[in-house]
Design a protein around this ligand. Sequence first.
Ligand SMILES: [Zn+2]
Ligand SMILES: [Zn+2]
Length: 385
Amino acid sequence: MSDYYEILGINKNASIQEIKQAFRNLAQKYHPDKKGGNAEKFREINEAYQTLSDAEKRKMYDQYGPAFNQAQAKGGFSGFDNFRDWASWAEAMKENGNKFDFGDFGFGNLGDLFENIFSRDEDSSFRGFRKKTKSPFQKQGKDIEIELAIDFREAVFGTEKEIKLEKYVKCDDCAGLGTEPGTKFNICPQCGGRGQILTSQNTFFGTFQTSSICPECRGQGKIPEKKCKKCQGKGRIKNLSKIKIKIPAGIGQGQTIKFFQQGEAGESGAISGDLYVTVLIRTDPEFIRQGNDIFSQKEISISQAILGDKIEIKTIDGFLKLKIPPGTSSGQSFKLKNKGIIYLSSFKNKIKERGDHIVKIKIKIPKNLTKKQKKLLEELKQEGL
Ligand SMILES: [Zn+2]
Ligand SMILES: [Zn+2]
């Protein structure tokens, strides 16, 4: 999902008049009943307008990003009755110092991107707070975890990949609601709309009441009058989906990127799971990566080593000149400062910090000498070299 302001083609300070105008123009253009209309686009525009035209919702959106609107679109953030509940929950999350990120990662900016990347060693704590985003009240979509192999250069410069996943997606016939289009919901007869049922248990110590999710409506409190034919009322269907993901420059071996709500769709419009992509980087024939530094080897001749020279070094930026001082020995290393891989964190600081490129020199010992070379070396030998 893109940014609402982007969808409407307005800037963040747009006035309510500008928002209305932008919506009117776009809605006319993309209305599905029109020739050349686009239902998906229209839905997006409408969703963006619903949020930005409401001062309070807009404020929430500005503060918390797209997760807020997704919650709205699905009729509550996985079990929260209204967005005020959701907001206080979000506020509490913030106060707890949790790094929960509301940013939409696939198309978000790189600052958001960074927040969503973590290494395996941080994994356990990460998983800890991931659980907090789950609600027991609705059948959320499952998270999907995959591994993705990319080339060395793709990791260095960043890349965009299209991945294919067989997963549950929202049923577009009923927009995930599970009702046959044109029909309505009825209050669940089993729980009377509460979504939960109380059961009493008589024990030696007295009567205990426990509440559990209503199995009839799965905690929704309402059931479709007529179930959607396409999804049998589940609100989701299995589908082969293509997902475009952005991998930032500087991603490290084994790091995992979280793509917010790109996992499986939930039942009955419940919130989707997240997609976790662990990046595996293929080795390169010329460069070795260690953290954000790059190592390579360069062969030079005996005379270059003795007399010194200016040589060309292949780096990720292309060929660069390096001055080799006279008397360089085999195995000696030279550092090309800031010619290594960009630090992911530097996107956040807006100063692009990079690692270094370290070149290890290897002196080539010639095997087959010409007559002249042999003669010259004999002379050098006489000179004590
Ligand atoms: Zn459906
Ligand atoms: Zn029920």
